[in-house]
Ligand binder design. Structure first.
Ligand SMILES: [Zn+2]
Length: 325
C-alpha cells in the first residue's frame, strides 16, 4: 500500500490534538472495560485478562490495519476526516512501507511505552518500600523521567512549529516517517487489496474474518467515540475512577449507630463478642449496624429475635456478613 501526495489542505492543530486525545482515550476505556469484566467474572477471566495489554494491541492492530487499507489513516483519524499522505519519493523505503511504519507508531510504540511505564511504576514502588535495586534498575529509575520529559518537549516544539507552518508534519514520528495529515485524501494505490484477490477458498474465508470484524467495529466506531468522549468527562484516564468522586472531599467515617437503652453491655475489647463476651469465633457482622459477633451467637439471636442485639434494628440471616481478615 502507498499513500500518494495530493494538494489537499493540511489538518488544523485543533483536529490533530483532538484526534490524538481520542486515540489516547481508547486504552483507558479498554482498561475500564477489563476491570468491569474482572469484577463480573473474576474466576473465569482471571488468566485471560492477565494479557489484556496484548489482547488490546492485537485488536487495535487488526482494526488499524483494516483502516489503513481502506481509508489511508487510523480509525480515529478517519473519525476527524483525516488521511495520511507520504511526502517522500515513491521509490523510497519509507514510502513503500508507510503502512507498517504507521502501524508501528500507533500500535507497537504505545504498547512498549505502556510496558516501560509499568516497569517504572513497579521499580518506584519497590524503591519506596526499600527493596534493593540493581544498578540497571537504578539507572532506569533516574533516566526514564528525563526521557519522558525530553519526548514531551520535542512534541510541544513540533506542535509550535506546525502551528506557525514551519513544518507540515504534526508529530515528530510523522515527521520521521515523512507523513502528513490532510483532510479527506483517498488512497491511490492498494497493493494489499490487489494481493488479497489472489487468495481463494478456505484461506480467503479465514483472511476475511478480521476484515469483517474490523468493518463492523468501524461502523459502530463513531458511536463508541462519542461515548468515550462523554465518559472521559467523568472518569480519570489514569485510574478509571470517577472524576466526580475524586473531586469530592473524602467522606468521614460513619458514626456508630445509636445503641438501644435496654440492650446488652458492650465488651471492653472490640475483639470480644457482645453476646458471649468471649473472643470472636468466626466474626460476623450485620449490614445495618456494623457490630461484630460470633457467627453462632448471632445466628441463634437473629433466629429468635429477628433484630440486631445492640441496636434492635430488624434484620434477617441474609443481613449477616462474615468478616475475613
Ligand atoms: Zn459469641
Amino acid at each position: 500500500m502507498a499513500f500518494k501526495l495530493t494538494s489537499s489542505k493540511c489538518a488544523s492543530l485543533f483536529d490533530v490534538t483532538a484526534e490524538d486525545s481520542l486515540r489516547l482515550s481508547l486504552k483507558p476505556a479498554w482498561v475500564y472495560f477489563c476491570n468491569v469484566l474482572k469484577m463480573r467474572y473474576p474466576v473465569l477471566l482471571k488468566n485471560l485478562l492477565k494479557y489484556s495489554d496484548e489482547i488490546f494491541a492485537i485488536l487495535i492492530m487488526v482494526l488499524e490495519e483494516y483502516s489503513f487499507r481502506r481509508n489511508s489513516g487510523t480509525v480515529t483519524e478517519c473519525f476527524y476526516q483525516l488521511k495520511r499522505e507520504c511526502s517522500l519519493p515513491e521509490n523510497s523505503f519509507r514510502f513503500r512501507h508507510v503502512k507498517w511504519i504507521s502501524l508501528t507508531s500507533v500500535v507497537l510504540l504505545p504498547y512498549i511505552s505502556d510496558k516501560l511505564q509499568n516497569y517504572y511504576d513497579k521499580l518506584l514502588a519497590n524503591s519506596n518500600l526499600g527493596v534493593e535495586l540493581t544498578s540497571f534498575q537504578k539507572y532506569f529509575l533516574n533516566l526514564y523521567p528525563i526521557l519522558l520529559t525530553f519526548i514531551k518537549w520535542i512534541r510541544v516544539i513540533n506542535y509550535i512549529q506546525y502551528l506557525f507552518n514551519y513544518t507540515c508534519h504534526p508529530s515528530p514520528i510523522l515527521r520521521m516517517a515523512g507523513i502528513q495529515l490532510k483532510y479527506g485524501v483517498k488512497t491511490v494505490v492498494k497493493v494489499s487489496d490487489i494481493s488479497s484477490k489472489k487468495k481463494s477458498g478456505m484461506f480467503q474465508k479465514l483472511y476475511s474474518i478480521p476484515d469483517f470484524t474490523a468493518s463492523i467495529v468501524m461502523k459502530i466506531a463513531p458511536l463508541v467515540f462519542y461515548s468515550l468522549q462523554f465518559v472521559d468527562m467523568f472518569y480519570d484516564k489514569e485510574t478509571g475512577v470517577s472524576k466526580l468522586m475524586t473531586s469530592l472531599p473524602f467522606p468521614s467515617a460513619p458514626l456508630m449507630p445509636k445503641v438501644a437503652s435496654t440492650t446488652l453491655r458492650l465488651p471492653p475489647s472490640a475483639k470480644q463478642c457482645p453476646l458471649c463476651q468471649l473472643p470472636h469465633t468466626n466474626p460476623t457482622t450485620i449490614v445495618s449496624s456494623g457490630f461484630v459477633f460470633c457467627y453462632a451467637c448471632l445466628y441463634r439471636y437473629i433466629e429468635k429475635h429477628k433484630c440486631c442485639p445492640i441496636t434492635y434494628r430488624p434484620c434477617e440471616f441474609t443481613d449477616m456478613i462474615r468478616i475475613h481478615s
